[in-house]
Write a new protein. Structure first.
Length: 65
């Protein structure tokens, strides 16, 4: 299973899901699903877009458990 810190990293920047969506190009419903469903594993393309928007590595967001 993959755990993620997406919400935590977003909150550190005081960004809403909508703001992250606009910056990353990832649809807001997808961000909501990733943050609220621990079984949700995003695709590589989505993970790259989120990591670039947040200026962190993919490993900083998604942690293998």
């Amino acid at each position: 299973m993959i755990k993620n810190r997406l919400q935590e990293l977003r909150w550190e920047r005081n960004w809403s899901q909508s703001q992250l969506s606009r910056i990353s190009g990832v649809p807001q419903p997808d961000i909501h699903k990733i943050e609220n469903n621990p079984m949700s594993n995003p695709g590589v393309y989505t993970a790259i877009r989120l990591s670039r928007a947040l200026s962190v590595s993919i490993e900083d967001i998604f942690i293998l458990d």
